[in-house]
Design a protein around this ligand. Structure first.
Ligand SMILES: O=C(O)[C@@H](CO)OP(=O)(O)O
Length: 236
């Protein structure tokens, strides 16, 4: 029986400011660092010893993984990063304030953009667009995406498109590890993890609207040999 642990990164600086993050490479806030360390303490208390770790290519998920593994005494665990585990790309909403967007477009519209399965956010016009926040410029795409075939990079994603780009990595890597009995941790993002949870738990397109994943609270699945879920618990 393999264990799969999903950890959403700790609070980011832009989560604290209530800004859409998406693929913008924001850092953990002080609170986010504490949440990541606490996640590691919880995993240590749970006694899980990981064989493999996966994370995205975004700093807030990578640092969450490292703080958590260090706290759990398992910083040695092999890790692999993939853009396929990135947060969903929030298109032209990236860097915008969520409350200001709700005032401008209406609460309902913003909720649909944030939580619906198949409604796309407003898209970026091109791959060169940058995001400006408080005098700082964030590139939309940089060298870390150099190996991704040009057409595969998104200009904005809904949860459906996010799931479609997570699944090839899940099938090729993570699922194989689990099937071989390895215990796996994935440190990723609110929406890339919602996509994965939808797939794993077979949640309907409508019901996924109400699924929220908290910062830094590990979700632990005990999986059967056929990867069906025997037990799920959220550590707090
Ligand atoms: O800003 C984001 O990228 C995500 C997660 O932090 O926001 P939301 O919860 O609105 O999907």
């Amino acid at each position: 029986m393999a264990k799969l642990v999903l950890i959403r990164h700790g609070q980011s600086e832009w989560n604290a400011l209530n800004l859409f993050n998406g693929w913008v490479d924001t850092k953990l806030s002080e609170q986010g660092i504490e949440q990541a360390k606490h996640a590691g303490e919880l995993l240590k208390a749970e006694g899980i010893e990981f064989d493999q770790a996966y994370t995205s290519v975004l700093t807030r998920a990578i640092t969450t993984l490292h703080y958590a593994l260090e706290e759990a005494g398992q910083l040695y665990v092999p890790e692999e990063k993939s853009w396929r585990l990135n947060e969903r790309h929030y298109g032209a909403l990236q860097g915008k304030n969520k409350a200001a967007a709700a005032e401008k477009y209406g609460e309902d519209q913003v909720h649909i953009w944030r939580r619906s399965y198949d409604v796309l956010p407003p898209l970026l016009d091109n791959y060169e667009e940058t995001v400006e926040v408080e005098g700082k410029t964030y590139p939309a795409f940089d060298a870390r995406y150099a190996d991704v075939p040009y057409g595969e990079l998104p200009l904005g994603e809904n949860l459906k498109v996010t799931l479609e780009r997570v699944l090839p990595f899940w099938d090729a890597k993570i699922k194989k590890d689990l099937a071989a009995g390895k215990d796996v941790v994935i440190a990723a993002h609110g929406n890339s993890l919602r996509a994965l949870v939808k797939h794993l738990e077979n949640i309907s397109d409508d019901d996924i609207l109400n699924v929220e994943i908290a910062n830094g609270q590990p979700i632990v699945y005990d999986l059967a040999a056929d990867l069906t879920i025997n037990l799920k618990k959220v550590l707090k």
